[in-house]
Design a protein around this ligand. Structure first.
Ligand SMILES: [Fe+2]
Ligand SMILES: [Fe+2]
Length: 163
């Protein structure tokens, strides 16, 4: 247990939950991202990929809640980076095959996520992760909005031939 991280986390959950987009977590310990049907696109294997990404973010959050040291969280962040890279490459390749018109802007969004996770990992190593809650809040919002928004658009393009 790391009491410092625990206190910082509690303070942020109690006082800045709206600001960090994590108000659903205040007052209770629950999953950072809850998987539900609104996140399902009906496109395999990408739905499975998204479920796995959600799982990795939740795992990171669980370690934080448990007060684990940043060094323990590095492993799961490494996996998040590797898996996000794999998933984004698979989507981008698929969009090329599909001649999806918005593939370039979609790719830029992926790059933004990847660079934020890499920065998060660096921050954990250098500063011990004092801004972990903010970063996790950002990653959670990004993932949910991206899946429902931009990934949802390619799903509609695939299913209907338009977006
Ligand atoms: Fe995706
Ligand atoms: Fe995507």
């Amino acid at each position: 247990m790391n009491p410092f991280v625990g206190k910082v986390l509690l303070y942020k959950l109690q006082n800045h939950a709206e600001e960090y987009g994590i108000s659903h977590l205040r007052g209770e310990i629950m999953q950072l991202v809850k998987w539900d049907e609104s996140l399902a696109l009906g496109v395999e294997p990408f739905d499975d990929h998204h479920r796995h990404l959600v799982g990795l973010l939740n795992e990171t959050y669980d370690l934080l809640i448990a007060g684990e040291k940043p060094s323990c969280m590095e492993e799961v962040i490494d996996e998040l980076i590797d898996y996000a890279t794999y998933h984004f490459s698979a989507e981008e390749l698929w969009m090329v095959k599909l001649c999806y018109p918005k593939r370039e802007e979609h790719k830029k969004q992926h790059e933004e996520f990847s660079s934020r996770v890499v920065a998060f990992q660096r921050e954990l190593i250098l500063n011990g992760g004092t801004s972990t809650v903010e970063v996790l809040g950002f990653l959670q919002r990004w993932l949910v909005e991206h899946i429902k928004g931009s990934d949802g658009e390619y799903s509609r393009f695939m299913h209907c031939g338009a977006n």
